[in-house]
Design a protein around this ligand. Structure first.
Ligand code: NAP
Ligand code: GLV
Length: 330
């Protein structure tokens, strides 16, 4: 078994592969390989352990014809052309569940940080500008008791809703379909996207990036939000139309935004979004706790080992479509 890993990852992921007898090749740079570098680096391997920074499509697979599994160390897989993989009998695997709570924690951290102006307040302290307790200083918005709108009520969206109960929030959600069991558990209420945008104090995005969700939040949607509302994006940057968001913030159509993901990613330091009032941008770190990143790496490795043994991997996207072709290999 020959496995190429496209960046340094937590040791447990590598150890899991090596202990199973795999030869592991690790891309040593801090930046991801370019397409040409990846093709040269991964020639002859059976598996690729990728990150969301790698774009995997049919042309890349054709240049790496020995690859039988792409194991993404992420739950999102919009960086992978799954149809192209399926067509070529390549299994696509991901790392759901293990990052759900850590990501939901982070969505809450962003919500609290923007609502209570943590960034400008700590910056003022660091600059020595804070001299005394101020009755009118850094006034924000309460999270407790506010209305939270969750767009995409899957694993992470529901985990955010569970946290919101502790803050006594009213929780609205929208998804492709109502989810009665999750509603019962979380107390959330299913509404249309329009109603959610009109009524929520905080709108938190948790849909995957797909052709349907690209620019799901654009000028018309932003104009429906309350002038006091905050947009939180821990899903994928292109779900929000960046230019429309800049305009909405500049024109004070909404009060603030907290973004762990942006389009483009990263934003250039002089990007107008970074100059907008009440904007907090973090470097795509919602799943970045030591324990969670280790679990993601381990699961990504286990996915690879299962596929290369001809077994059903713990978390695959297209296993049912590919298993027949794969079994011919064994
Ligand atoms: P999930 O369990 O699949 O939840 C996504 C939910 O969105 C599902 O209920 C899905 O419905 C719904 N959905 C899909 N397309 C929709 C549409 N067009 N309109 C309305 N709802 C739609 O995924 P998850 O584990 O919660 O992860 C969600 C996303 O978070 C990932 O895809 C990833 O991009 C992002 N993420 C980011 C970070 C980070 O570091 N910032 C970390 C983890 C995850 P169906 O089930 O019917 O498809
Ligand atoms: C991170 O963004 C993920 O999709 O896991």
């Amino acid at each position: 078994m020959r496995v190429a890993v496209t960046r340094r990852i937590p040791e447990v992921g590598i150890r899991t592969l090596i202990d199973a007898g795999a030869d592991v090749y690790i891309w040593p740079e801090s930046f991801p390989p370019t397409r040409e570098q990846l093709i040269a680096f991964a020639q002859g391997v059976d598996a690729l352990l990728t990150l969301l920074t790698e774009h995997i499509d049919g042309a890349l697979l054709d240049a790496l014809p020995t690859v039988r599994v792409i194991s993404n160390m992420a739950v999102g897989y919009d960086n992978i052309d799954v149809a192209a993989c399926t067509e070529r009998g390549v299994v696509v695997c991901t790392t759901p569940d293990v990052l759900t709570d850590t990501t939901a924690d982070f969505a809450f951290a962003l919500m609290l940080a923007v609502a209570r102006q943590l960034k400008p307040a700590t910056e003022a302290v660091l600059r020595g500008e804070w001299r005394t307790w101020e009755p009118l200083g850094f006034l924000g918005h309460d999270v407790s008791g506010a209305t939270l709108g969750i767009v995409g009520f899957g694993r992470i969206g529901q985990a955010v809703a569970r946290r919101a109960r502790g803050f006594n929030m009213t929780v609205l959600y929208t998804d492709r379909d109502p989810q009665p069991a999750a509603e019962h558990e979380t107390g959330a209420q299913y509404v249309s996207l329009d109603i959610l945008l009109q009524q929520s104090d905080f709108v938190s995005l948790h849909v995957p990036l797909t052709p349907e969700t690209r620019h799901l939040i654009s000028a018309p949607e932003l104009s429906m939000m309350k002038p006091t509302a905050v947009l939180i994006n821990t899903a994928r940057g292109p779900i929000v139309d960046t230019n429309a968001l800049v305009r909405a913030l500049q024109e004070r159509q909404i009060w603030g935004a907290a973004l762990d993901v942006t389009d483009p990613e990263p934003l250039p330091p002089n990007h107008p979004l970074l100059q907008c009032p009440n904007v907090l941008v973090t470097p795509h770190i919602a799943s970045a706790s030591e324990v969670t990143r280790a679990r993601m790496a381990e699961l990504a490795a286990q996915n690879i080992l299962a596929v290369l043994r001809g077994e059903k991997p713990p978390r695959a996207v297209n296993w049912e479509d590919v298993r027949g072709q794969l079994q011919q290999h064994h």
